[in-house]
Write a protein that binds this ligand. Structure first.
Ligand SMILES: [Zn+2]
Length: 351
């Protein structure tokens, strides 16, 4: 991190970076295609030489340097265009897990948008087989446990909600734990998705819609009341509503906070104005996440370092943040206890 808080010595920051790098972590808000790093995109581009995306890593680094949000969308869509068959899906998923393993991410709930692939002609069954093969290989070869959140791309309308529900419930892959809603919030009211969330919840899936990233706290109330949200994706505007913060704190409804993403999308102007401090001060269970990490020039370790600086955390504080993600996850109780114990043992080894 180059933007050190006043009084933070480079040596102290370096030691925090090293602590975070080795810390066993869980990530709860990270998108499948949005996790395609330049290395992965180069591999996909090499499989599809007719694509406009360069397959040379140096040219790709340039390609991934975002000028503005519109450019981010262009790059995102050109990566979507590289996911053309089940083998692309398998490669992307396994290689995302490899990038996670390098950061000591031990467990991740990856937000997958199957509609984007089935809509482009990959059969649902082949898609499920590809992500499940990659999930099993990641667990066996990399020690990374993946679970799926299938999300509705809100901008694609109710037809995409229908299709996502059909895929989730009809094919219910073993790793599927939750049901989400992403895409733009402005002009895409949450309540219209209630029937789909009702079906998904009745089938045992957890409800984790994005809400309050680019709109006000009313969207978060809608997600809670209409969609039965058990965790909120982003929830940035919750800080504008004292009663909402109290409600989230009382019910232990976690927020999936993604600081750098909020700056990249201009949901928040600058990091120092990020409402994460108000959320924590109100007693809300806050988790830190990376959203679309390579596209926002970040990774989970960087997000932990950002949070440590904004919240003034020491190593014990950062370890507590990592344990929040474990508590807020949909892991089984034994898995939660195991990862929490690993975090404690690692933290103790530093003192
Ligand atoms: Zn997101």
């Amino acid at each position: 991190m180059s933007d050190l808080a006043p009084g933070t010595s480079p040596a102290a920051a370096g030691s925090m970076d090293a602590f975070v790098a080795g810390l066993p972590k869980a990530e709860l808000h990270v998108h499948h295609v949005g996790s395609a790093s330049p290395r992965i995109v180069a591999e996909l581009a090499a499989r599809h030489p007719d694509s406009a995306v360069p397959d040379d890593p140096a040219a790709l680094a340039e390609y991934f340097t975002f000028r503005d949000f519109a450019h981010f969308i262009d790059v995102y869509l050109s990566v979507v265009d590289l996911i053309r068959d089940a083998e692309d899906v398998r490669l992307l998923t396994f290689e995302v897990a490899r990038d996670m393993a390098r950061q000591n991410i031990r467990y991740a709930e990856l937000t997958v948008t199957p509609y984007s692939s089935t809509h482009r002609g990959i059969p649902g069954e082949a898609f499920m087989e590809a992500i499940e093969d990659a999930r099993k290989a990641a667990e066996a070869e990399l020690g990374v446990t993946l679970r799926w959140c299938f999300d509705i791309p809100g901008e694609a309308g109710l037809q995409s909600a229908e299709e996502t529900t059909r895929l989730a419930l009809g094919l219910q892959p073993e790793g599927l734990v939750s049901f989400g809603l992403g895409g733009p919030e402005i002009g895409v009211p949450r309540p219209q998705f209630k029937p789909y969330f009702d079906q998904a919840r009745a089938a045992g899936l957890h409800s984790v819609p994005h809400a309050g990233e680019t709109t006000g706290p009313e969207t978060i109330w809608d997600a809670l009341r209409e969609l039965g949200a058990e965790r909120i994706g982003h929830g940035t505007s919750a800080a504008q509503d004292r009663r909402l913060l109290e409600h989230l704190a009382e019910r232990r409804i976690p927020l999936e906070v993604c600081p750098t993403s909020n700056i990249a999308t201009r949901a928040v102007r600058v990091l120092d104005e990020h409402p994460i401090r108000d959320m924590v001060a109100a007693g809300v269970l806050v988790t830190v996440n990376s959203d679309d990490p390579p596209m926002f020039g970040t990774d989970l370790n960087t997000e932990y370092a950002v949070a440590a600086r904004l919240l003034g955390l020491d190593r014990a504080g950062v370890a507590a943040l990592a344990k929040n993600a474990v508590e807020a996850s949909f892991m089984d109780p034994a898995g939660r206890a195991r990862l929490a114990a690993e975090i404690d043992a690692y933290t103790a080894s530093w003192s």
